[in-house]
Design a protein around this ligand. Structure first.
Ligand code: ACO
Length: 374
């Protein structure tokens, strides 16, 4: 194709950049499918490991395939003493997203398959990243608090092990289930900014660790994954349900963004929100603290009434993670621990039918001119 399309779509709004068989986002029906399965059905009836397998292989695993997948993931969780040493050298006030971005980059230095961009090598690397990212997130977080790392436990599920390495204990099954559901809901979402970043890096022929390092950088931004942390900061700032409506009016007066609301694709509601809200409500019951969900309910109702803007997944995920006992700076790294599955699926898809991603820009700078005499 040699034609130049002159219409500029700022933010690539509405641009269809490629085909993909990984997931389908359907804003007209507020729905989302992974490989054809509705995300809310997967969240309710499957484990995160089954969904990871589905995203990477196109089909749900049978019992033997799932057992093999779980075994492979569980046996790859340990990180090297060298990475532990690097993590201990991170400044204690480093943001965990910067820590995990650096750790993933370091994992690339250590990986025996780093430079091999063939599909089998990418799959091996993806499995190692899936398994090791929680260990690295937890080690960095604990080091920042002066705590020793906790060794991963291969007898635990992915979700149970995440609690184990971060908090040193596994909570009640209903809390683990709510966390597992959040991992499933966060796993994949079409050509979002971080996934498109991963595909762009991959399109140059670069390797998985490079693509994932760049994707983590993209995910950190508050307009993308960073919003789940911003939501909890916002709720903490509001402080109590009685103050929610007034606080929101102040935001409207300043034409400020309200974090956890709005979406580039869904304009009538994010398909993942009802499921996550239900599990966040369960967490509020388990913990016996209704304050955050009550505030959330008021904010959501006011935003809809006054602005016609719906919440996105980050809105219920923020308070849910807080109620599960995670510190706020861990919220977006949890998104990384899940989204590595979607990123890797897209990297494999991009590599299988690659063309360099290289759009054009319309020049608006100075007209061509002569150099000053010298
Ligand atoms: N608070 C207040 N107003 C908003 C919000 C919001 N959260 N989101 C959109 N709007 C307003 C916009 O200001 C705009 O108003 P205008 O027409 O008067 O200028 C209108 O709604 C339309 O919004 P767009 O700018 O077209 O939305 P866009 O698709 O460019 O941006 C985005 C989407 C970035 C998600 C935006 O809604 C936003 O910044 N939300 C807050 C951050 C957030 O929650 N991000 C998480 C995204 S989901 C995820 O990563 C899992």
């Amino acid at each position: 194709m040699s034609e130049n399309l002159n219409e500029i779509r700022k933010g690539l709004v509405g641009v269809v950049a490629d085909v993909s068989a990984v997931s389908k986002v359907m804003p007209e029906t507020n729905s989302l499918t992974y490989r054809g399965y509705a995300v809310q059905d997967l969240a309710e009836h499957c484990s995160f490991e089954e969904v990871a397998y589905l995203l990477w292989n196109g089909e749900l695993p049978d019992a033997a395939q799932l057992a093999d997948f779980r075994k492979e993931e569980a046996s790859n969780r340990a990180i090297t003493p060298a990475l532990h040493q690097v993590i201990r050298a991170f400044p204690h006030d480093a943001h965990p997203m910067d820590a995990i971005r650096t750790a993933v980059s370091f994992l690339g230095l250590e990986d025996p398959d780093t430079a091999d961009t063939s599909e089998p090598a990418t799959r091996r690397k993806a499995m190692r990243l899936l398994a090791r990212i929680p260990t690295a997130i937890a080690a960095a977080h604990r080091a920042s608090k002066g705590q020793a790392p906790v060794d991963p436990d291969p007898s635990l599920s992915f979700a149970e092990n995440f609690f184990h390495v971060v908090l040193g204990k596994v909570p009640a099954p209903e809390v683990v289930k709510a966390f597992d559901v959040s991992l499933i809901l966060y796993a994949e979402h079409g050509f979002n900014a971080s996934t498109f970043t991963a595909r762009t890096v991959t399109s140059t022929g670069a390797d998985l660790h490079g693509a994932v390092t760049a994707a983590i950088a993209a995910l950190k931004g508050p307009l993308h994954g960073g919003a789940n942390e911003a939501v909890m900061h916002m709720l903490t700032e509001i402080g109590s349900p009685e103050k929610a409506a007034d606080w929101l009016r102040g935001r409207f007066d300043h034409k400020a963004l309200v974090m956890g609301f709005g979406h580039r694709v869904y304009k009538n509601g994010d398909s993942r929100v009802p499921t996550m809200t239900r599990y966040a409500e369960k967490m509020a019951e388990v913990v016996g603290d209704r304050r955050w969900m009550e505030m959330s309910r008021i904010l959501a109702a006011e935003m809809l009434e006054k602005k016609n803007i719906h919440p996105n997944l980050d809105f219920p995920a923020g308070p849910a993670y807080h109620l599960m006992g995670f510190d706020i700076p861990l919220f977006t790294p949890i998104f990384v621990a899940s989204r590595i599955t979607g990123w890797a699926a897209h990297v494999i898809e991009q590599s299988a039918d690659n063309r360099l991603i290289r759009p054009l820009s319309q020049y608006t700078g100075a007209a061509q001119r002569e150099l000053p005499h010298r």
